[in-house]
Structures are given as structure tokens and as C-alpha cells.
Design a protein around this ligand. Structure first.
Ligand SMILES: *[C@@H]1O[C@H](CO)[C@@H](O)[C@H](O)[C@H]1NC(C)=O
Ligand SMILES: *[C@@H]1O[C@H](CO)[C@@H](O)[C@H](O)[C@H]1NC(C)=O
Ligand SMILES: *[C@@H]1O[C@H](CO)[C@@H](O)[C@H](O)[C@H]1NC(C)=O
Ligand SMILES: CC(=O)N[C@H]1CO[C@H](CO)[C@@H](O)[C@@H]1O
Length: 850
């Protein structure tokens, strides 16, 4: 091809290049795999949701995904952000789906576009716009004409937008796969026969859009042809598609789990994730997707709920801030490399399975001259030695060994050869700018605070009055988290619900958060939890003769995103609201109530510093630990390009804006339960979302990401709306940095995966190596903080020497590593001398880069 081009005139060469840039890719499938331009492919995919980061972060995230061995980036499409008002589309900035897809194409990767448009995704209302709920006669996700017509319109809009930009593989673009609906099979029973009819309609509608690439339905065992039904879960090795003509695909392999306000922080050990991935390819899978590969941040009020936290880190291989998480990222990269070494065999044939004893299994892919094997020990406790093709293999418990030539183990999922890097938050020394404009430390300067009081109760002209209590979401259409309920009544002095001047006030709410004011003073507050949002608040309150006023502030914290009929789950104070005393009660539930949607400060756009407002009071004596206060300050952007976060410790609950852009809800006072956490999580045995939790008894989330692109040089505005009460002077600014670089490799481990690749034809074991590389470009290894060859113990940052330890380790490692950006050291007694014969030794190193 290149040789022919050389003979052509320059103009023709240019034409050829352009043509090949947009050359159509033919994507089909058979029972083994997706078939791209006639070739079956073994693909590794990862989820990155474009609105959970910012456009300036996209290229870096995608490159890190590519470096981590991914072929495909998966994203949902979020209807609510693209059509906030019916018929008014928005594909700008963080919502620029086409730009995101192009960024993936620029990196040379494919895209799986999961349109839904129901996406779940721990996203507000599952991704549906609220206006959908108010269309007369609508019923979501069932055989209902108004719903189907809206769903078809939006799906068509997305497909047309992608086609318009030439982004389908059939047009030469990166999109090789698309999804309609989402996990409907988990809930379709609740919708009965109309649900089945809807599912078939959705499949047909999708196919009729003629994208030229296959469609999938995940968790839909009866997905009709030609749609591929795919699996979501922590493990999918036992999954079988519903037709012998479809490949085995895994669209959501949960790399961790999401965080809730009031919950502990979930994590998933990489050894278990690697085991699940290797098992899937072992058992005939050819496409798997990490959910999430980068989770990111739930900016604005985009979290689902109720009570899903602002951080959507998900313990993913790339952390919330966009830094690679090691060893997770690196070990999975090694797993992907090992699987890719097997690709020729995997696409050539079906696996054949043989038992290697109890709970141990081999899968062999052998066709002609190619042969690849996976040996699994699925025992959750015991290591095993198995015999395969006449050779002995050690298989640690809950692990898979990968043999791309059916002889040599290039990787075992439980043996990590990849480095650990500790990421840490560095608290910036801040100082307040003095009145003459000077400040003492250059790291970060914060000006004084201004404040504005959010009034209690009804202040807007457009408040409405009705008898009885109204459900919140029907009333606010989610225009704000907040709804005020206000009523008044007259006390003569001898009412049966009075006990002296006191009465017991009961307020029942569907959730999510309640504040009770009696005669303008706070009487108490209450909140539901992720497991039940219901609130029943009761307290003795003091009433006065004459007119009394009750103001109730109800707040939502993310609308429900999952379950059959999730769209009908209500919120707010639906009663009863009742005063009771020794000899009687006054039920206020059907009294006259006045309603105000949202806060006055929201109406006045106090969060937007470009709009000056006379509400702001600038004073050193700003109120602290009082509910319903807006705060504002200015700060300098931290120097450099390290990711930035704000630690909201000291504040209660609220929302924060940087230069007018919301960084999400903060709630550092919502603590995880005291129990349920484990100090170190045993990766062996089946994982579940509650198996490995940390930070019990501590705030679920204190740190809140401020995307760099929200910041500007010089002065930046920070505005907070504080609902419960806090002290903004306690807020701190941090940057996220990678600290020490560590690795520990045993002489019993397989050789570094990279050395297998370089000697692929020979598959010769060169022995394991320990490799270190500095996290940032331009850095070199500046010191070796620890090195031990022998029986060291501990983890990165706290390694210690064991009984057996080579005296030369430190100098040998210093010699090999100081002053370079990456180094590798053989893990062998030949290199270090043997400090204890007959004992399996390992090399542990901690290094610093600068
Ligand atoms: C696409 O590939 C399939 C299977 O490999 C083949 O049957 C079909 O003819 C191809 N279509 C085009 C347009 O090349
Ligand atoms: C909202 O209003 C609709 C129509 O009046 C009603 O059917 C529905 O039950 C209400 N939703 C809630 C959660 O109360
Ligand atoms: C009435 O109020 C007094 C204190 O003010 C309290 O001790 C008593 O329990 C109350 N009685 C009832 C029935 O609520
Ligand atoms: C397919 C699959 O493995 N689904 C599981 C996903 O995880 C949830 C929560 O742990 C399980 O309930 C499902 O069975």
C-alpha cells in the first residue's frame, strides 16, 4: 500500500490519506467475538463518563486508559444534561459528547456508546430529565406511547448527532457498539407483559436507526436478535449469551463500588478484579468493560440517590482526580498484556475445559500452531499445586495463571509485579489576605469571608398556597433541592394539644433531609439514609398565645436512579404533621400550606460572583455554626498542575461553587457506620459491595475535587450554601500528589510481562524483575528510602527488614535507580547474593522521585 502510494502524484497521496482516515470499519459478530473488518477481536473496555470530568481532562484520561491496555472506552449518554428543557438540546462543554468520542478516536481507541436513554449510573433520576415525568399519560420504561415516542426522539437525536459527525465505525468513526435500555431484565417482571412488549419495541427501534454497528442489551436474557445480551456483575465467567451465534460479553465489571453519604468507602482488591477478568477470558469471554475505569466526580446536582456522594471515585484504576491508581492500574495493564498475548489462540477456537482437581480448572485454546491456556484455582482458601501437560504449577488461592504458549506462565493474577504509588493530599498553607492586600505565605491566599443570610420560610412572591401536604418532586420538578412548607395557626391557650406552653410536634417525611422551624427558630433537623430515606421527627416545641408559624424545609439529595418504577418514588413532607398533647391533637396535614420552591439565594444567583448582590455582608464577624447561610471568599489558585480539592471539614452540609460552577454537594458531617470495615481485605473468595469497606466511623467524604479548568490565574471565587451550620475558616485547600514509589516482587513470581512480550517468539523465562518508574514526566528517582532482598514485610511507606536480608540491597538498588526516570532490578540471588538459602526471597523497594 505504502509502496503504491509512492508512485502516485502528491495530490493523490493526500486524497488517499484522507480517505483512509475515514475508511469505514465493518463491525459484526459471531459466537466467539466482535468481528472487526473480518477479524475476531479480544477487546478490553473501560467506562469513562464524559460529564464526570472536564474536557481538558479527557485526553489525559483516555491516554492513561490506552497505556493501561484498553481498546474501547464506554460511556453512557445522559439525557437530562442534553435536553434540560424539552426540545432544547445542549451539547456544549462538559456535555460535548461528539468531542469526547473524537478524543477517544484521536487516541486510536474504539467507543461503546450506551445510549440507554435510561442509564441508572448513580445519576440523578437515572439520567431522565424531570420534564418527562410531567407528560400527560406517561409511564416510564413500558409499552406506553408517550414514553416510547420521547425515548425514540432522543435516541434518534443522539444517533443523528453521532452520524452527523461521522462517528460510527460504519462511517470510519470509533463507535463499534451501542446499547439500548439498561439492565431492564433486572426489573422487567414488575412491568408484566407490557414490559416485554416494550423491550422488544426498544430493540426494534434501535436496529431501525441503522447505525451499521451491533446493539447490545445488558442484563436482558431474552434480548431479541440481532441484539447481543451481555452480562453486568462482579464476575461473569458463568454467563452464557442467549444464542449460539452471539459472543460472550461483559458490559459492567464493577471495579469497585460507589460511595453514599453516610456510608463507608468501598474498595475492591486488584487481585480479585484481575481474577474475575482472567476467569472471564478463560471461560470464553472476548469483551469485558470495567465499570468504572475512571469514575470521576458528580458535579452540580448530578448524583443519583438518594444520598449518593459527590465523589464517584469507584476505586477505579484511574482515581477521581485523574491520577493512575497503582498497583491497580499497573497490574490490570499486565493482565491485559497477558491476555493479548493469548489473542491469536483465543480468536482461533473455542476453549476446552479440563479439571485440575477440586476447584481447579484449565481452559485450553488450541488450534494448529497456536495454543493458550488459563489455569484457575477457584478455591477461596488454599493454594494448590496442579499438574498440567506433565508440568507442575503453583496456583495461589483465587487466582488464574495465564500461559500464552500453553507452557510458560507469564502472569498470575494474585502475584503483583507492578509498582505501588501512594497518592497523598498535601494541605496547602494558606493565609488570609490583609486589608492592605499583603499575605504571608505564597502557597495559597484566601481573602476574608462575606456572608448572606438565607431567610426562614416564604419570601418569594410566587409562592403557592394549597390545602394539604404536597409531594416534593411533583412540586419542584427538581428545579432545586429545596422546598419550604409553611403553615400558621392560632393558639388561645387552652387547646387540648397543649401541655403548658409545649406541644409535641411530629413531622413525617418521605425524605431526604428535614429542618423544622417554629416561630422562626430552628427546632431540629433529621435525615434519612441510603437504605431508607424516610424521616419521622418528633420533639416538644414551645408555642405562644396567638399566631404560631411552622416552617419546614425539605431537601432532596439526589433523585432515585434504580429499581422498578423508580421514577415514581416520592420525597418531601407528605405527613402526618401533627401537634399533640395530653388531651388531644391538632393534625396540620390538611391545613393550608404555603409552598416555596428553592431558596431566595438561588433566585438571586448568589452562587454566581459575576452578579453583584447587595445581600452580601463583608465582615470579620461572620456568623458560624448557624443554619441557612451563604458564604463567599476569594482564593488564589494553587500553583502547578496537580489536581486540586477542598477539604470541607468544619462545614455541615451544602453545595459549593467555584467561579460560579458547582463542584457538587458537600456533607462532611455525614459519618460512615462504626462497624463493617476491615483493616485489610482478603481478596480471596467472592467479592460483594460490602466486603471491603474502609473509613468506618469517619466522614464518608471530606475532600471535594475542584477541576483545574474551573480555576483561573489570580483570584478565584468560592461560594458555599451551608444548610446545617459550619465554620468556613476551617476549610482547607489541598493538592493531590504522588508520594513514594514502591514495589515488592518475589523471586517466585513470573518474569515481568514486558520481558515476555519482547521475547514473544521464545517465551523464555528471564526471571522476575522489580521495576520502578516516576509518576510524572521529567521526574527522576532521587533517593531510595528502603530496599531489602530477603524476607521484608509491610506495605509501601512502612516496609521493614525481615530476619533474612541481603546487606547489599540498598547499594545495588541505588546504583541501578538513582538519577533515572525508571529502572529495573533482577529479583535474584545471582544479583544480590543469597542471604538465606532454601527460603523464597523477595525484593521490596521504596523510592522517592523529584
Ligand atoms: C462485514 O463483515 C461480515 C463478516 O465478516 C461480512 O459477512 C460482510 O460481507 C461484511 N460487510 C461489508 C460491507 O464488508
Ligand atoms: C405526582 O403526581 C402524579 C399526578 O398527579 C401522581 O400520579 C403521582 O403519584 C405523584 N407522585 C408522587 C410521588 O406523589
Ligand atoms: C408535660 O410537660 C412536662 C414538662 O413540661 C413533662 O414532664 C410531661 O411529661 C409532659 N406531659 C405529657 C403528657 O406530655
Ligand atoms: C451478574 C451478577 O453477578 N450480578 C451481581 C452483581 O452484584 C450484585 C450486588 O452484589 C449481585 O446482587 C448480582 O447478583
Amino acid at each position: 500500500m505504502a509502496a503504491t502510494a509512492l508512485l502516485l502524484p502528491a495530490a493523490a497521496v493526500l486524497l488517499l490519506c484522507l480517505a483512509s482516515g475515514s475508511r469505514a470499519t465493518n463491525v459484526t459478530y459471531d459466537h466467539r467475538a466482535l468481528v472487526i473488518d473480518g477479524v475476531r477481536r479480544v477487546l478490553v473496555s473501560g467506562s469513562i463518563h464524559y460529564p464526570r470530568s472536564t474536557p481538558d481532562m479527557w485526553p489525559g484520561l483516555i491516554q492513561k486508559a490506552k497505556d493501561g491496555g484498553l481498546d474501547v472506552i464506554e460511556t453512557y449518554v445522559f439525557w437530562d444534561i442534553h435536553e434540560p428543557v424539552r426540545g432544547q438540546y445542549d451539547f456544549e462543554g462538559r456535555k460535548d459528547l461528539a468531542a469526547f468520542v473524537k478524543a477517544v478516536a484521536d487516541a486510536g481507541l474504539y467507543v461503546h456508546l450506551r445510549i440507554g436513554p435510561y442509564v441508572c449510573a448513580e445519576w440523578n433520576y437515572g439520567g431522565f430529565p424531570l420534564w418527562l415525568h410531567f407528560i400527560p399519560g406517561i409511564k416510564f420504561r413500558t409499552d406506553n406511547e408517550p414514553f416510547k415516542s420521547e425515548m425514540q426522539r432522543f435516541t434518534t437525536k443522539v444517533v443523528d448527532t453521532m452520524k452527523g459527525a461521522g462517528l460510527y465505525a460504519s462511517q470510519g468513526g470509533p463507535i463499534i457498539l451501542s446499547q439500548i435500555e439498561n439492565e431492564y431484565g433486572n426489573v422487567d417482571k414488575a412491568y408484566g407483559a407490557p414490559g416485554k412488549a416494550y423491550m422488544r419495541w426498544a430493540a426494534g427501534m434501535a436496529v431501525s436507526l441503522d447505525t451499521g454497528v451491533p446493539w447490545v442489551m445488558c442484563q436482558q436474557a431474552d434480548a431479541p436478535d440481532p441484539l447481543i445480551n451481555t452480562c453486568n456483575g462482579f464476575y461473569c465467567d458463568q454467563f452464557t449469551p442467549n444464542s449460539a451465534a452471539k459472543p460472550k460479553m461483559w458490559t459492567e465489571n464493577w471495579s469497585g463500588w460507589f460511595l453514599s453519604f453516610g456510608g463507608a468507602v468501598p474498595y475492591r482488591p486488584v487481585e480479585d478484579l484481575a481474577f474475575a477478568v482472567a476467569r472471564f477470558y478463560q471461560r470464553g469471554g472476548t469483551f469485558q468493560n470495567y465499570y468504572m475505569y475512571h469514575g470521576g466526580t458528580n458535579l452540580d446536582r448530578s448524583t443519583g440517590g438518594p444520598f449518593i456522594a459527590t465523589s464517584y471515585d469507584y476505586d477505579a484504576p484511574i482515581d477521581e482526580y485523574g491520577l493512575v491508581r497503582r498497583p491497580k492500574w499497573g497490574h490490570l495493564r499486565d493482565v491485559h498484556k497477558a491476555i493479548k498475548l493469548c489473542e491469536p489462540a483465543l480468536i482461533a477456537t473455542d476453549p476446552s475445559y479440563t479439571s485440575l482437581g477440586q476447584n481447579a480448572e484449565a481452559a485450553v485454546y488450541k488450534a494448529g500452531s497456536v495454543c493458550a491456556a488459563f489455569l484457575a484455582n477457584i478455591d477461596g482458601q488454599s493454594d494448590k499445586t496442579v499438574t498440567f501437560n506433565g508440568k507442575m504449577y503453583n496456583l495461589p488461592a483465587w487466582s488464574v495463571s495465564i500461559l500464552p504458549d500453553c507452557k510458560n506462565v507469564v502472569l498470575n493474577t494474585a502475584q503483583i509485579n507492578s509498582q505501588v504509588t501512594n497518592s497523598e493530599m498535601r494541605y496547602l498553607e494558606s493565609s488570609t489576605i490583609a486589608s492592605d492586600g499583603s499575605f504571608t505565605t505564597p502557597e495559597l491566599a484566601v481573602s476574608g469571608w462575606s456572608y448572606a443570610i438565607e431567610p426562614v420560610g416564604i419570601t418569594k412572591d410566587n409562592a403557592l398556597t394549597k390545602s394539604g401536604l404536597m409531594e416534593q418532586i411533583n412540586t419542584t420538578a427538581d428545579a432545586s433541592d429545596f422546598l419550604w412548607y409553611s403553615t400558621s395557626f392560632t393558639v388561645k391557650g387552652d387547646e387540648p394539644y397543649l401541655n403548658g406552653s409545649q406541644s409535641n410536634l411530629l413531622v413525617n417525611s418521605l425524605g431526604h433531609v428535614l429542618q423544622v422551624y417554629v416561630n422562626g427558630k430552628i427546632a431540629g433537623s433529621a435525615q434519612g439514609s441510603a437504605s431508607s430515606s424516610l424521616i419521622s421527627w418528633q420533639k416538644a416545641v414551645t408555642l405562644v398565645p396567638g399566631m404560631n408559624k411552622i416552617d419546614l424545609l425539605s431537601a432532596t439529595v439526589g433523585l432515585t436512579n434504580y429499581g422498578a418504577f423508580f421514577d415514581l418514588v416520592g420525597a418531601g413532607i407528605t405527613g402526618p404533621v401533627k401537634l399533640s398533647g395530653p388531651s388531644g391533637a391538632l393534625d396540620l396535614s390538611s391545613a393550608q400550606w404555603t409552598y416555596q420552591i428553592g431558596l431566595r439565594g438561588e433566585d438571586l444567583h448568589l452562587y454566581d460572583p459575576s452578579e453583584a448582590s447587595p445581600e452580601w455582608v463583608s465582615s470579620n464577624a461572620y456568623p458560624i455554626n448557624q443554619p441557612l447561610i451563604w458564604y463567599k471568599t476569594k482564593f488564589t489558585a494553587p500553583a502547578g498542575d496537580d489536581p486540586v480539592a477542598i477539604d470541607f471539614t468544619g462545614m455541615g452540609k451544602g453545595e459549593a461553587w467555584v467561579n460560579g460552577q458547582s463542584i457538587g454537594r458537600y456533607w462532611p458531617t455525614n459519618l460512615a457506620p462504626q462497624s463493617g470495615c476491615v483493616n485489610s481485605c482478603n481478596y480471596r473468595g467472592s467479592y460483594s459491595s460490602s466486603k471491603c469497606l474502609k473509613k468506618c466511623g469517619q466522614p464518608s467524604q471530606t475532600l471535594y475535587h475542584v477541576p483545574r479548568s474551573f480555576l483561573q490565574p489570580g483570584s478565584n471565587d468560592l461560594v458555599l450554601f451551608e444548610q446545617f451550620g459550619g465554620d468556613p475558616s476551617k476549610i482547607s485547600f489541598v493538592t493531590r500528589q504522588t508520594g513514594s514509589v514502591c514495589a515488592q516482587v518475589s523471586e517466585a513470581h513470573p518474569a515481568q510481562i514486558d520481558s515476555w512480550i519482547s521475547s514473544q517468539q521464545k517465551m523464555q523465562r528471564s526471571g522476575p524483575e522489580l521495576r520502578l518508574e516516576c509518576p510524572k514526566e521529567g521526574q527522576v528517582i532521587s533517593s531510595i528510602k528502603f530496599a531489602s532482598f530477603g524476607t521484608p514485610s509491610g506495605t509501601c511507606g512502612s516496609y521493614s527488614h525481615g530476619e533474612c536480608s541481603s546487606t547489599q540491597a540498598l547499594s545495588v538498588v541505588q546504583e541501578a535507580c538513582i538519577g533515572v526516570s525508571s529502572c529495573s532490578v533482577p529479583v535474584s540471588s545471582n544479583y544480590f547474593g543469597d542471604p538465606c538459602t532454601g527460603v523464597t526471597k523477595s525484593l521490596a523497594v521504596e523510592a522517592a522521585c523529584s
